[in-house]
Design a protein around this ligand. Structure first.
Ligand code: AMP
Ligand code: ZN
Length: 462
């Protein structure tokens, strides 16, 4: 597999630390609000790369952290007079609901920052002892000039006369000593830990160094995040982790590009965001958004528009109709198998192995569906060819995750059967009334000639 590494700015051949295994850490959500679909693009990418490694036979240990203590969380939970625990629990639950809707498979572990404070304190103590960190009046800070490799990921240059920064998020111009531990002040209310390094709470960056070390060890194969995390967050993680262990922290840094609206990054602060719930309220199938993400390269910016999303919803619907029609297609005795199926599948693999190129992989998936559509038009297909195409589509979908699975509600099938009988008796008005009832249940019937049908999920923008 070939991977573009942000650290070397080159495409490299992937070589795991341990044969057949991948240790992967992905920066997860800060649970202070609903995630927006920009965040979701990144989380979908985490899911895709995990699935791709598994597709190629690797055993993946994927850690996605939940940041459940930071400046924004404390501020919001105080403003809404909700205890921090209840506040973050609520938004973590919403997060898990949202990722489930876009078919993100569960990571191996979702550690919470507040369950790992002991590890953070242990690292900070070690950093103080080794001379990389120092105590100031309002917290413990990392002294970036002590770490000679500071800037190796993002290219920032450490200047003279460094200032200190306490806030978790700061811009590219603020190349400063950053807070590892923030001493308690009134603004923090009852959010603090009584630690050996003082009464206070962790900074954001130390959370990821601690959780990656605890769950994956000193060196990781892959670390991912959105491009906005390269500086300062990931640069600071390297400084903390490498100073702590004396070893290389990450072999491959993988960063995904942003989702844009009107040319600007989708973000809470610009108020230009949609949540998945907004899209659902507009009647969209969340998987249309997944398909949209798959069709772009993760290293390219992706411009979000409603018109585009509608286009993907239609494509998603077509994919599922074709697949269902193929499953129902009459079989002939022909033993011939179109060799193109194997070629398509190996090109699919080639695309995925080339820096997770889901756009080109998807093109192969569509090619295979085109092949199926020709057979559907013919009205029949050889038995073994049908099996081969269906199996290949299913193997591809194990990575893509766009084919509807799960049983259709028994009542809906009964309704569809009843409708079929009514149509046979030319009772069109009654048959139509049943179609509406099926639609109200969230499904649509597509007729095959006069005597058969398939049932697909109801989609509004097709
Ligand atoms: P946060 O909860 O703000 O820490 O963000 C969680 C993840 O979403 C991080 O990996 C960010 O890089 C990523 N992210 C934030 N905004 C966008 C966006 N507009 N497009 C893609 N990813 C984003
Ligand atoms: Zn992180």
């Amino acid at each position: 597999m070939i991977i573009y590494n942000t650290l070397t700015k080159e495409k490299e051949t992937f070589s795991p630390l341990e044969k057949g295994k991948v240790k992967m850490y992905c920066c997860g959500p800060t649970v202070y609000d609903y995630v927006h679909i920009g965040n979701l693009r990144t989380f979908i990418f985490y899911d895709i790369i995990k699935r791709i490694f598994e597709h190629f036979g690797y055993e993946v240990k994927q850690v996605i952290n939940i940041t459940d203590v930071d400046d924004k969380i404390i501020k919001n939970s105080m403003e809404t007079k909700t205890g921090i625990y209840r506040y973050t629990k609520m938004f973590s639950e919403f997060f898990f609901e949202d990722i489930g809707k876009v078919k993100i498979e569960p990571a191996t572990i979702y550690p919470r920052a507040t369950d790992n404070i002991d590890k953070m304190v242990e690292i900070i103590e070690a950093l103080i002892q080794k001379g990389f960190a120092y105590k100031a009046e309002d917290g413990v800070y990392y002294s970036i000039e002590k770490f000679k490799d500071y800037g190796k990921l993002s290219g920032v240059k450490v200047g003279q006369g460094l200032s200190r920064i306490k806030s978790d998020e700061y811009d590219k111009l603020s190349i400063s000593d950053f807070a590892l531990w923030k001493f308690w002040d009134e603004k923090d209310g009852d959010v603090f830990w009584d630690a050996s390094i003082g009464k206070g709470r962790p900074g954001w960056h130390i959370e990821c160094s601690a959780m990656s070390n605890r769950f994956l060890g000193d060196t990781l194969d892959i670390h991912c995040g959105g491009v906005d995390l390269i500086f300062p967050h990931h640069e600071n993680e390297i400084a903390q982790s490498e100073a702590y262990t004396g070893k290389k922290f990450v072999n491959y840094w993988v960063h995904s590009e942003h989702l844009l609206v009107d040319g600007r990054k989708m973000s809470k602060s610009l108020h230009n965001f949609y949540t998945l719930r907004d899209l659902e309220d507009m009647g969209f199938d969340p998987l249309s958004f997944r398909l949209m993400c798959l069709d772009s390269n993760y290293r390219d910016k992706l411009d979000f528009t409603m018109d585009n999303l509608k286009r993907y919803e239609k494509t998603l619907n077509d994919i599922n109709i074709s697949f269902k029609l193929l499953e129902k297609l009459n079989e002939s005795d022909s033993v011939e198998i179109n060799e193109e199926v194997d070629t398509i599948y190996s090109k699919f693999d080639e695309a995925l192995a080339d820096d997770f190129d889901t756009h080109s992989a998807l093109a192969q998936f569509f090619k295979l569906l085109d092949l199926a559509n020709i057979k559907i038009k013919d009205g029949r297909i050889g038995k073994s060819e049908k099996k081969k195409i269906i199996d290949t589509i299913m193997k591809m979908d194990k990575v893509l995750g766009v084919i509807d699975k799960g049983d259709i509600n028994k009542d809906v099938i009964e309704l569809a059967d009843k409708r079929k009988e009514l149509r046979k008796e030319s009772k069109w008005a009654e048959a139509d009334a049943i179609r509406k009832e099926i639609l109200n249940n969230g499904y649509n019937v597509v007729d095959i000639g006069d005597s058969d049908y398939i049932i697909v999920k109801k989609r509004n923008h097709v």
